[in-house]
Ligand binder design. Structure first.
Ligand code: HEC
Ligand code: HEC
Length: 158
């Protein structure tokens, strides 16, 4: 059994707690009202029922090999790849980049690492895990970055 004094103390404590909890909420509300949070998305206010037109971006013109940002990087594709298809039966990239074709096309030969399977077995043709070139190698466009970033070239490559 609690005494009167104990009960009174309990009520008082509860009241103080409730008051204390209410204060920050009220302050928060006031702050929210004075500075509304502006939510922005990459859709820029285009309603969800509409399709935002894509920003026109052009692939950059063909150039010599582009500098790498870190040694293990898949080199960037320094030429357009418009219309180059990679299907189950045909790989346009290998038309120029295979060992047989590289000499006549002037393209860099695919790396020997691309002939190794996941288990380390060396094959006489491109390994299935390296078949879809654009999984790792990407062409460049003049598109503006969607988000800022602070990426810096690896120290060994500066
Ligand atoms: C018509 C021939 C041709 C086709 C097809 C082709 N390339 Fe190339 N590619 C080249 C040539 C030539 C170069 C070398 C440019 C130079 O060294 O000046 C090159 C360079 C590259 C490089 C840069 C290599 C480096 O060391 O920096 C990559 C990566 C590449 N191509 C990937 C691809 C991919 C992926 C495809 C298919 C989507 C493809 N290429 C299709 C001719 C071709
Ligand atoms: C899973 C990722 C991946 C895929 C798929 C891939 N590559 Fe690569 N590629 C790399 C990486 C990483 C390097 C650099 C390290 C190395 O040589 O293995 C590279 C290097 C290269 C190079 C430069 C070789 C050199 O001597 O400098 C060429 C050319 C190339 N790849 C072409 C291709 C082509 C063509 C295809 C498709 C048939 C392809 N790659 C598929 C990751 C990939």
């Amino acid at each position: 059994m609690r005494t009167h004094a104990q009960r009174l103390f309990l009520h008082l404590t509860l009241a103080v707690c409730a008051f204390g909890a209410a204060l920050p909420a009220a302050a928060q509300k006031a702050a929210n009202e004075s500075a509304p949070v502006k939510l922005e998305s990459l859709r820029d206010g285009t309603p969800i029922t509409e399709t935002k037109p894509i920003n026109p971006a052009r692939q950059e013109r063909d150039s010599g090999p582009l500098d790498r940002d870190f040694v293990q990087q898949p080199p960037l594709i320094p030429h357009t790849i418009n219309g180059y298809q990679i299907t189950k039966n045909f790989n346009k990239c290998m038309d120029c980049h295979s060992f047989q074709r590289a000499k006549s096309s002037g393209a860099t030969r695919v790396s020997v690492t691309h002939f190794r399977t996941r288990e380390g077995q060396e094959l006489d043709n491109i390994s299935p895990r390296r078949y879809f070139c654009t999984q790792c190698h990407v062409p460049q466009t003049d598109a503006k970055p969607l988000m800022g970033n602070t990426f810096q070239r690896a120290r060994g490559m500066q």
